[in-house]
Design a protein. Structure first.
Length: 168
């Protein structure tokens, strides 16, 4: 049973709750410090994981959780104190032990793109702290969301590498 009331997955990215920038997250450049982009992306993922039934209750009751194995963040436009933020999450792919997600951080009222984060998460058996398959009921939910999200056009930036610009 998902940790929150969930209906059939929609053919649209998951929309996390609108979040506010906290004053202590602003750095000496007057914008959101890079570390806190990850905090906000992680909070959005926590909301999606709860919908999938793999949040804190799952860890407590069933002994499973997820660990981030890889993360690639792109900082595209500054976010400042007072800017409301909403994160959209696409569950791009999944297998029996891994989840591939892509997230966009957008200004919640103006809609412009501030940052993206692409991640691979691993399902963990917390008693052994080793990668383990998802239980069948969780796998079914993940497959349904992945299928629904595959019906949505893919955002720009998926699969980008970190590299210096080509000199051609």
């Amino acid at each position: 049973m998902p940790e929150t009331a969930a209906s059939a997955p929609k053919a649209e990215p998951f929309r996390a709750s609108i979040m506010q920038i906290e004053p202590q997250w602003i750095d000496y450049n007057g914008h959101l410090n890079m570390a806190y982009y990850n905090v906000m992306f992680d909070r959005a993922i926590d909301q999606l994981w709860a919908e999938l039934g793999i949040g804190p209750t799952y860890m407590k009751e069933r002994g499973g959780s997820t660990f981030t194995a890889e993360c690639h963040v792109r900082y595209l436009r500054e976010i400042h104190l007072g800017d409301p933020v909403q994160i959209l999450v696409w569950l791009l792919e999944a297998d029996n032990k891994r989840l591939h997600t892509f997230e966009e951080m957008r200004h919640a009222t103006e809609g412009w793109l501030s940052a993206t984060s692409e991640n691979i998460s691993l399902h963990m058996d917390m008693s052994s702290r080793k990668v383990a398959p998802f239980p069948p009921d969780i796998s079914e939910r993940i497959a349904a969301v992945t299928k629904a999200h595959s019906a949505v056009s893919r955002p720009e930036g998926i699969g980008r590498n970190v590299a210096m610009p080509s000199k051609r």
